[in-house]
Every structure is written in C-alpha cells, then in structure tokens.
Design a protein around this ligand. Structure first.
Ligand SMILES: Cc1ncc(COP(=O)(O)O)c(C=O)c1O
Length: 391
C-alpha cells in the first residue's frame, strides 16, 4: 500500500468491492454457462420510451437540467406514484430525480447520518445499504428475518429500536425484496408504522420493484407514514431501464430539501435524454411493467416447480424477480462454495445467499429475469447436478 493510499478515508478498509459483480465476472469465463445472477430485466426498454430519448437528442436537449430533475419528469413521476400507490407528492418540492435508485440510497443516507448513528437493516437485503452506511460513519444493525419467513415482525423491530435507542436514526425497508422476493401487505406495514411512529427515526423505503408484485397490489410505506418516509423508486425495473440510470426520491419537503444538497453536489442533474425517456415511460407507459410482470410470473412458476422437484425450498416470492432457495441437505451447504461448484460442474451461475447479510447463508438467489429457454436449461442442469452430487 502506498503512503498516500494509507491516508484515505478509514471506513474504506471495512468495505470490499461487490462480491456479486466479482463472482459474475469470474464465472463469465466458463463456456456455455447459464447466468441467473444479475438483477437486470432481460426485456428491452419499450420503443415509445426509446423514441422520446432520440427526439430529445435530436432537439439538442443536451444541457444540464434543474438539479431536482426536469419539471416534466417530476410531474409525470408524481402522477404515476399517485395513480398507482395513492401517494401525494408535490412535484416542485418533494421529488428528486436521481441517477438510479442507487444514487437515491447514497444521497439519502449521506444526508441523514452523523458519525455514530446506527441504521436498522432487516436482512437478507440488497447489499448496497451496508457500505453506504459504513462510509457515512453509520453502524448497521442487522435484523435476521430468516426465522420469520423473511418478514420483519413489529415485535422484533420494537425490541431492536429499544435496544439501540440512543443511536438509531433510520430503518431500511426493501419490498418487494431483493433477494427473497417477499413483500409486505398493508396490514404488515401498518403494524410496523405503529412502532416507527413512536420514535424520531426515518424509514428509507426502497420500493424499486413495486410494479413487479404478483398477488394483490403494491402498498407503499409512504402512503401509511408519509411524514417519516423517504421513498425510493425509479424506472430501472418497472420499465426495463437499468442502464438509463433514472431513480426517484420522494419525501417530506424539509427532508427532501436537505437531501437535495447532497444530490446536487454529487451529480448536478441526471442525464437529460434519459429524463426525457423516463418522462415518456411514466406518462404514456404507466402499465409497461405490467406486461413484463405477466411473463416474469410464468417464469417464476416454472422455476419454482423445477427447483422444488430438485429438492430446493423457496421463500414465498410475491414480487421482484428472484427466488431465494435453500440448498438441499446432502449438497455443499456453504453458499459461496456451492455456487462455485454449481458453476463449474453444472454451468449454472446463481448468487450465494451470504452476499445479502445475516440469514442468507445456506441459500442461493436465483434471478428469473432471464429467457424462458435459459431457465428451462438451467433447471435441467440443476436437477442433474443434484442427482450427481447429493450424498
Ligand atoms: C433493492 C434494490 N434497490 C436499488 C437497486 C438499484 O436500482 P437502480 O438500478 O435504479 O440504481 C437495486 C438493483 O438491483 C435493488 O435490487
């Protein structure tokens, strides 16, 4: 290590580059591998959305926009959130267009945390919350939900807040959840909100998969506890737009005003033509995601059936596009070792459950944002692997 690099931010020593991306890259070298690794829709961005971006480029919309996002996109987005989830955000003061939900997570936690604060993180969860917390001097308090069907119970939440009352500043909720696919119903959210209301803590509610809810409709935490919720959503999953990098952050006026300072100095504004595309997506294609959802659901059912036949138990996945499956007895139980073995012997790549925090060990995350053909091939290979390797 050079003299200079030793002087850098000390929290970086606790942070490793994403193990998911590293694994994905490593196994990509295996010829003929079927990858069910990444959380990326395999659909193309809808044509009408692409056309809007082309038009913006041709119109020379190539300048910075308002740091909060274009007025047109903020209006289209708040209208979308209102019609879908009954949320009432003022487009002028309560919305930021972020560079993906990723930047929303970063800006929100950076604005909220002081060194020494702690954040309750129910796990397994999308791992980004952990390093961003640590970078901001926060301490993650993990709550393992694996013994409760991957759902945070109000009792466990209350006990965790009480045990950390002096430091706890926020709780992160992510539903439908990456990696388990589990989501919360209105009744679950109301019970959690009744606990949270008793304390001055934020809820960072990551609802990026809201449009991919299979039974019933998505209910937002922001419709139940608007005064304490910072809502994260965006176009990445609902409109198959991961590469366009458009997210939404919404919340109470004074909270958004403060987060906007971090956002402004981090990115100035989101990409102009991508904002034009997202405006079109939310305004003219609010149900684009529903068409994809029907296909995802068929794939989910295909995969559950194939995995169950191979002896895997899955959490009940009512949203997103992942199955979180328990590695059957008689196979390698360490999830990282299992994933490497499966990749090498069966040429199927899935992600180790331990990447998603406490409660994930012994499981694997399988993404069904993949073609039906690839899923069928993966099921065949996994079933053969189990037959060949189970003792
Ligand atoms: C739960 C969750 N939040 C946020 C993100 C990041 O979203 P974006 O691509 O909009 O930055 C992901 C991506 O996989 C995710 O799974």
């Amino acid at each position: 290590m050079s003299r200079l690099s030793k002087t850098m931010k000390k929290e970086l020593a606790q942070i490793q580059p994403s193990s998911i991306l590293a694994f994905n890259q490593e196994i990509s070298a295996i010829p003929d591998i079927v990858k069910l690794t990444l959380g990326e829709p395999d659909f193309n961005t809808p044509d009408h959305v692409k056309q809007a971006a082309i038009k913006a480029i041709e119109n020379n919309d190539s300048h910075y926009t308002d740091s909060r996002g274009t007025e047109g996109l903020r209006q289209a987005a708040t209208h979308f959130l209102n019609s879908k989830y009954d949320l009432n955000y003022d487009p002028d003061t309560q919305v930021l267009v972020t560079t993906g939900a990723t930047e929303g997570i970063f800006s929100a936690l950076t604005a909220i945390l002081n060194p020494g604060d702690s954040v309750i993180i129910p796990t397994p969860i999308f791992p980004q919350y952990i390093p961003v917390n640590i970078l901001n001097g926060g301490t993650p308090i993990f709550v393992d939900t694996s013994d409760n069907g991957f759902v945070l119970s109000p009792e466990k939440l209350q006990a965790t807040i009480e045990a950390n009352k002096d430091t706890v500043k926020a709780i992160v909720l992510n539903f439908p959840n990456n990696p388990t696919g589990v989501t919360y119903k209105k009744d679950d959210l109301e019970k959690l909100a009744a606990v949270i209301k008793q304390y001055d803590i934020f809820v960072i509610s990551d609802e990026i998969y809201s449009e991919l809810t299979y039974d019933g409709t998505h209910v937002s935490m922001a419709s139940i506890l608007p005064e304490q919720t910072v809502l994260l959503n965006g176009a990445s999953k609902s409109h198959a737009m991961t590469g366009w990098r458009i997210g939404l952050l919404c919340g109470p006026v004074d909270v958004v005003t403060e987060i906007a300072k971090v956002h402004q100095f981090a990115i100035t504004s989101a990409t102009t033509n991508a904002q034009a595309a997202a405006e079109e997506a939310f305004k003219s294609g609010p149900d684009d995601g529903q068409k994809m959802r029907v296909v995802y659901q068929e794939r989910r059912d295909l995969l559950i059936d194939g995995l169950q036949k191979a002896g895997f138990e899955c959490a009940s996945p009512n949203g997103a596009f992942y199955l979180f499956a328990k590695i059957p007895a008689g196979l390698i139980q360490n999830s990282v070792d299992f994933c490497y073995d499966l990749a090498r012997k069966a040429k199927v790549a899935v992600i180790a459950g331990s990447s998603f925090g406490p409660g994930g060990e012994g499981y694997v995350r399988i993404s069904y944002a993949a073609s039906t053909e690839n899923l069928k091939e993966a099921i065949k290979r996994i079933q053969q692997y189990v037959t060949d390797n189970q003792d």
